[in-house]
Design a protein around this ligand. Structure first.
Ligand SMILES: Nc1nc2c(ncn2[C@@H]2O[C@H](COP(=O)(O)OP(=O)(O)OP(=O)(O)O)[C@@H](O)[C@H]2O)c(=O)[nH]1
Ligand SMILES: [Mg+2]
Ligand SMILES: [Zn+2]
Length: 297
């Protein structure tokens, strides 16, 4: 008799499925197996699946149910780059330092979350390494746009209660660059998980990609949380123009006041966007980032 469950992790052809609190090792069956190389048959962490329980205690995944949301790696649209399915909330993790705070990456993930139909919050981790005044300056532009930001420290325990309350009962995913402390946060939040953590390699300041595959953990208060591997590369993007526009609302709102309908806000005279940047109404850094992303769409 088939029962349904949620895929918590996968390794090669093996999938682990949480069926009513029991984790069952499964393989794919039928059409899913036959077409398993095809994007349309992908089964990823967070997918709800129908499983047939076998006498030896393992299972066979017969069918994947339709997804509510899809989290694709930032910069990609294709399903091949699917990180997780059915998340309600994307927790964009940044570090205050090591690696340095990077608002552009946050913007990228905000685009990704919106596109995939998920809500997003930002967690700035490693706040123990930076002066609070500096941090508040960094996050002010995000907060001003209505982005929910939590200042946290996995090492010192800051912000964890607030984050735990947010995660309770939801299906969330921790995303962000390698080394920002996603797995460390998870361990600090729920010490029983023991997700693997490693030092940021000091020769490059880059993370070491300790987490190599997404994994979903059930949380004590209900719901699940996914730890995902840090992004390897930031630079190849295929976001649609609408995705980009939606994240830069304060810029696109002005576009209707430009003299030319098809104004690119770069060289045109009487460009309302450029004028706002000059007046200081639009953050010049966000303006530059907007132009860079637009060039790629
Ligand atoms: N000072 C300080 N260091 C931290 C904090 N959180 C994590 N670290 C350190 O940052 C390094 C990377 O942490 P991880 O949790 O492995 O980072 P990750 O985001 O999971 O990295 P990937 O799995 O590669 O994507 C480790 O050396 C942690 O000890 C923090 O709050 N403060
Ligand atoms: Mg990790
Ligand atoms: Zn313009």
């Amino acid at each position: 008799m088939p029962t349904s469950g949620v895929v918590t992790r996968s390794e090669g052809a093996v999938f682990w499925v949480d069926v009513g609190g029991r984790e069952i090792t499964c393989v794919l069956r039928g059409r899913l197996k036959r077409d398993s190389r095809r994007v349309t048959s992908l089964v990823v962490v967070g997918d709800l699946v129908d499983v047939e329980l076998l006498p030896d205690g393992t299972g066979a995944i017969k069918q994947r149910l339709n997804r509510q949301t899809e989290l694709v790696r930032p910069g990609f649209r294709q399903r091949e780059h699917l990180t997780a399915a059915n998340l309600d909330l994307v927790v964009i993790v940044q570090s205050a330092r090591e690696p340095p705070f990077d608002r552009h990456i946050i913007e990228r993930y905000l685009v990704t979350a919106r596109r995939g139909g998920m809500t997003a919050v930002v967690v700035v981790n490693k706040c123990d390494l930076e002066d609070e005044g500096v941090l508040l300056d960094e996050v002010r532009p995000l907060v001003a746009r209505g982005v929910y930001v939590i200042l946290a420290s996995a090492a010192r325990g800051g912000g964890l209660d607030e984050l735990r309350a947010l995660l309770a009962g939801r299906v969330s995913g921790l995303v962000g660059k390698s080394g920002v402390g996603k797995s460390s946060l998870l361990n600090a939040l729920y010490p029983d998980f023991a997700a693997r953590v490693s030092d940021v390699s000091d020769w490059s300041g880059k993370g070491r990609h300790t987490t190599t595959a997404s994994r979903l953990y059930p949380i004590p208060e209900g719901g699940y949380i996914a730890d995902t591997p840090g992004m390897r590369q930031v630079g190849i993007f295929d976001d649609s123009e609408a995705d980009v526009e939606s994240v830069f609302g304060e810029i696109t709102a002005l576009a209707s006041r430009c003299r030319f309908r098809d104004c690119t806000h770069t060289h045109e005279p009487k460009c309302a966007v450029k004028e706002a940047v000059e007046r200081g109404d639009i953050d010049p850094d966000r303006y530059q980032h907007y132009l860079r992303l637009r060039r790629r769409t």
